[in-house]
Design a protein around this ligand. Structure first.
Ligand code: HEM
Length: 424
C-alpha cells in the first residue's frame, strides 16, 4: 500500500493549517485517498457500520445519563420517568437499548467475515487481536449497562454473574467483593457499574482507533485472501468505499428503525420491567441474546473435574470460549487464506456457525436433561473447531486453485457473469 499523501491544500487557510497541524491531511489520507482493494463485497461495510453504532451509543448514552439517578431506590423509576416524560426519552432509551443489540449483530457479522476470509492471518494478526479486545470491552460495557436498568433481571444477573467470580480459587472472594463494593449487590455496586459503564466506551474509542490505524497500516484483506499486487488493483476509499458504506448503513438503519419504532422490547426480557429487588432472584435467568451461546457453555459444565468444581469449570469454559479467539492467527495453519478456496474448511465453518446458533437457543431454554446434553455436545464442537479443525485440517484438505492476483479473479468472474448473462 502506498503511504505517500496525495493531499494538496487548495486555500490559503488550509495551507496555513496544514503547515502547523496537518489534521486535514490526516483525515484526507484516512477517509479519501486510502487505497482499498477493488473486489471488496458488502461484508466489508460492517467496520463502518460498527463505527457509526459506537458513536450512536455514546451520544444516546450521554443524553440518558443526564436523566439517570444511580440510586438503588430511584434508578428503575428514573428510567421509566425519562421514557414517559423526558424530552425525547421515548426515543433515546429504546435507541440505546436496541442499539446495543444491533451493535452486537454488526460485530458478529464483522467477526465471522474476518474468520471466513482469513483476515486474522499474517500480517493482520494485531488487527484481529485488538478486535478481540474490543469485543471483550463491548461485553463488559453491555453487561454493566444492562444492570443499570435495575430491573428484576438486572439485579439477578448482577448477583449471579458476579457470584461466578467467587468460584475462582484463592482470589475469588476478594474479586467478588471488589467488584460489588461489598458482600452483596447494593448501592456501591450500582455506583461502580455506572462509573465503569461510562468509562468503557472511551476505552473502546481508543482500541478502535488502534484497530483502524492497523487496518490502514497493513491494508485491507479481500475475499480472495490474495494481497494487492499493484495500485491498479485498488480504488480510493472515497468515493468507492464511502458510497458502498453509505448504502449499507442505510439498509442497516432500516432494520434498526423497524425494531426501534415497532418492536423496541422484542429483544429484552419481560422480567426487567419489574423493579429490581436484591433480596430475590428471577426464577429463570436469561442474559441478553448476544451472551446466550456463552451462557449455554457455562451451564453445560454440570460435573466436577478433579479439584475443579462444576461452577469454576463453567467459568473456565466461558473465559476460554472468548480468549481462544486471541490465538486464532496461530491456530489456523492453512497456507490458503480465504475459505472460498477451502471447501472442507467451509463445511466446518458453517457447522461452527450453526453450532453457535444452537448454543444460543440452548442458552435461552430452561435447564433440562436434554438441553444440558446438547449444550455439552455443542460446547465440544465449539472447541474442536478451534483446537482440532483449524490446526490439523490443513494437513489433509484439498484446496481449490487460488488466483494469482485480484485482477485475475475479477477477470474470471467477469467472464463467468457474461456467459451467464448470454445464457439468459
Ligand atoms: C466496535 C467494534 C469494531 C469496529 C468499530 C471495527 C472497525 C473496523 C473497520 C472500520 C475495519 C476496516 C473496514 C472493514 O474491513 O470492515 C475493520 C477491519 C477488521 N476488523 Fe474490526 N471493528 C470492530 C470489531 C472487531 C472485532 C470484534 C474483530 C474480531 C475479533 C475485528 C476484526 C477485524 C479484522 C480482522 C479486520 C480486517 C479485515 C480485512 O482486512 O479483511 N473487528 N474493523
Amino acid at each position: 500500500m502506498t503511504k505517500s499523501s496525495s493531499y494538496h491544500p487548495k486555500y490559503a487557510l488550509t495551507r496555513w493549517l496544514d503547515a502547523r497541524l496537518p489534521i486535514l491531511r490526516f483525515l484526507y489520507n484516512l477517509g479519501v485517498s486510502f487505497p482499498v482493494p477493488r473486489n471488496l463485497n458488502y461484508f466489508y461495510t460492517f467496520g463502518g457500520i460498527l463505527t457509526l453504532m459506537l458513536v450512536s451509543q455514546i451520544l444516546t448514552g450521554i443524553v440518558m445519563s443526564m436523566h439517570y439517578i444511580p440510586d438503588v431506590t430511584l434508578a428503575f423509576d428514573a428510567r421509566e420517568r425519562f421514557m414517559r416524560d423526558g424530552q425525547f426519552g421515548w426515543l433515546f432509551e429504546p435507541w440505546h437499548a436496541v442499539g446495543s443489540s444491533f451493535f452486537f449483530i454488526a460485530a458478529y457479522i464483522h467477526l465471522a467475515r474476518g474468520l471466513y476470509y482469513g483476515s486474522h492471518k499474517r500480517p493482520r494478526e494485531l488487527i484481529w487481536i485488538i478486535g478481540v479486545l474490543i469485543y471483550l470491552v463491548m461485553m463488559a460495557t453491555a453487561f454493566l449497562g444492562y444492570t443499570l436498568v435495575w430491573g428484576m433481571m438486572s439485579t439477578s444477573a448482577a448477583s449471579v454473574i458476579s457470584g461466578l467470580f467467587k468460584a475462582i480459587p484463592v482470589i475469588g472472594p476478594w474479586l467478588h467483593e471488589t467488584l460489588l463494593g461489598g458482600f452483596n449487590v447494593g448501592q456501591p455496586t450500582l455506583n461502580r457499574f455506572y462509573s465503569l459503564h461510562y468509562l468503557f466506551p472511551f476505552i473502546l474509542v481508543f482500541l478502535i482507533g488502534l484497530h483502524i490505524w492497523a487496518v490502514h497500516h497493513v491494508g485491507q484483506n479481500n475475499p480472495t485472501g490474495v494481497e494487492v499486487k499493484s495500485p491498479s488493483e485498488t480504488v480510493p476509499f472515497t468515493p468507492y468505499a464511502t458510497i458502498k458504506d453509505i448504502f449499507a448503513i442505510s439498509v442497516f438503519l432500516i432494520f434498526f428503525a423497524w425494531f426501534l419504532f415497532f418492536m423496541p422490547d422484542y429483544m429484552g426480557h419481560p422480567d426487567n420491567y419489574i423493579a429490581g429487588d436484591t433480596m430475590t432472584t428471577s426464577p429463570h435467568i436469561v442474559p441478553e441474546w448476544y451472551f446466550l451461546p456463552f451462557y449455554a457453555m457455562l451451564r453445560a459444565i454440570t460435573f466436577d473435574f478433579g479439584p475443579i468444581s462444576s461452577t469454576f469449570g463453567g467459568v473456565l469454559i466461558l473465559m476460554a470460549a472468548v480468549l481462544i479467539w486471541l490465538f486464532v492467527p496461530w491456530l489456523d495453519r492453512s497456507k490458503v487464506r480465504s475459505a472460498r478456496y477451502r471447501p472442507a474448511f467451509k463445511l466446518f465453518y458453517w457447522l461452527f456457525i450453526a453450532d453457535v446458533v444452537l448454543l444460543g437457543t440452548l442458552g435461552a431454554s430452561p435447564i433440562t436433561e436434554s438441553s444440558v446434553f446438547w449444550s455439552q455436545i455443542a460446547t465440544l464442537y465449539y472447541f474442536v473447531f478451534f483446537l482440532v479443525i483449524m490446526p490439523f485440517l490443513p494437513k489433509f484438505e484439498k484446496t481449490l486453485p487460488v488466483p494469482s492476483s485480484i485482477s485475475e479473479d475479477l477477470e474470471k468472474r467477469e467472464a463467468k457473469a457474461k456467459t451467464r448473462w448470454r445464457l439468459w
